[in-house]
Design a protein around this ligand. Structure first.
Ligand code: ZN
Length: 237
């Protein structure tokens, strides 16, 4: 295996690895992801709100039905009592009592009517609220679907790029001296701010950018693989 070629190849491997790292980071931090999460939370909140609003509207509907049922009973009673009154044949006191009873039933009916009208007003507002929430939910769900497709397209594009770089890597890796590869992989697996490989240019290490004296360069050159005396990066001459 050509040592110098091997060093060039490990430099290329590093470029591919950092391109892949960059793509994976981009994949994880797509700008749409935050919005996607927010829209998803919003949809959950709107669904909860809608179900509360529907429960409240159902309650009002039952209230109206109950009031109407009770009012019907009172109306029946009033009709019955009115018939008794018109049939006549009662003494003055009973007639007066019956008239008072009928008036009272009439007032009860009015109260029920007011109650029903008020409940219908409430119901109307509740229906408007339900409609508004449903519109917001529909909008949020369409946002969600759009973001989902944007994210999946962006991920697909990134994954395709990663696959291309992985293919290039699979061609580069077999060309690298196993010893250099091991050093490189070992350095990459450790937390390190600097690149693991650097080209020596203008007497400086391409990884840490520090200068190497001629003596330090010669010393590096005499070992295999050459390493930077400052940052231990694999040096490519
Ligand atoms: Zn260095």
């Amino acid at each position: 295996m050509d040592d110098l070629r091997s060093l060039e190849d490990v430099l290329e491997l590093q470029l591919l690895d950092s391109a892949i790292d960059h793509l994976l980071e981009e994949r994880q931090n797509l700008p749409q992801l935050e919005r996607y999460k927010a829209v998803s939370r919003n949809i959950e909140a709107l669904k909860r709100q809608l179900s509360q609003q529907q429960a409240a509207a159902d309650e009002t509907r039952l209230e109206v039905q109950r009031a109407q049922g009770e009012m019907n009973l009172v109306e029946d009673k009033k009709t019955f009592e009115e018939r008794r009154l018109y049939a006549g044949g009662m003494n003055a006191r009973l007639t007066q009592n019956l008239q008072m009873e009928i008036e009272m039933l009439g007032r009860q009916i009015e109260t029920f009517e007011e109650e029903i009208l008020a409940a219908l007003d409430v119901r109307e507002q509740q229906d408007k609220d339900i409609e508004a929430t449903t519109a917001l939910l529909t909008e949020a769900e369409s946002d969600f679907a759009r973001l989902e497709s944007e994210i999946s397209l962006a991920w697909k594009a990134i994954d395709d790029e990663v696959a291309k770089d992985e293919t290039k890597k699979s061609q580069v890796v077999p060309r690298i001296d196993p010893e250099i590869l091991e050093i490189y992989e070992d350095m990459r697996s450790r937390p390190r701010e600097l690149p693991s490989v650097g080209r020596l240019e203008d007497d400086s290490c391409g990884a840490c950018h520090l200068r190497l004296s001629k003596a330090e360069q010669n010393k590096a050159r005499s070992s295999f693989p050459p390493r930077c005396v400052h940052c231990r990066a694999i040096l490519v001459f």
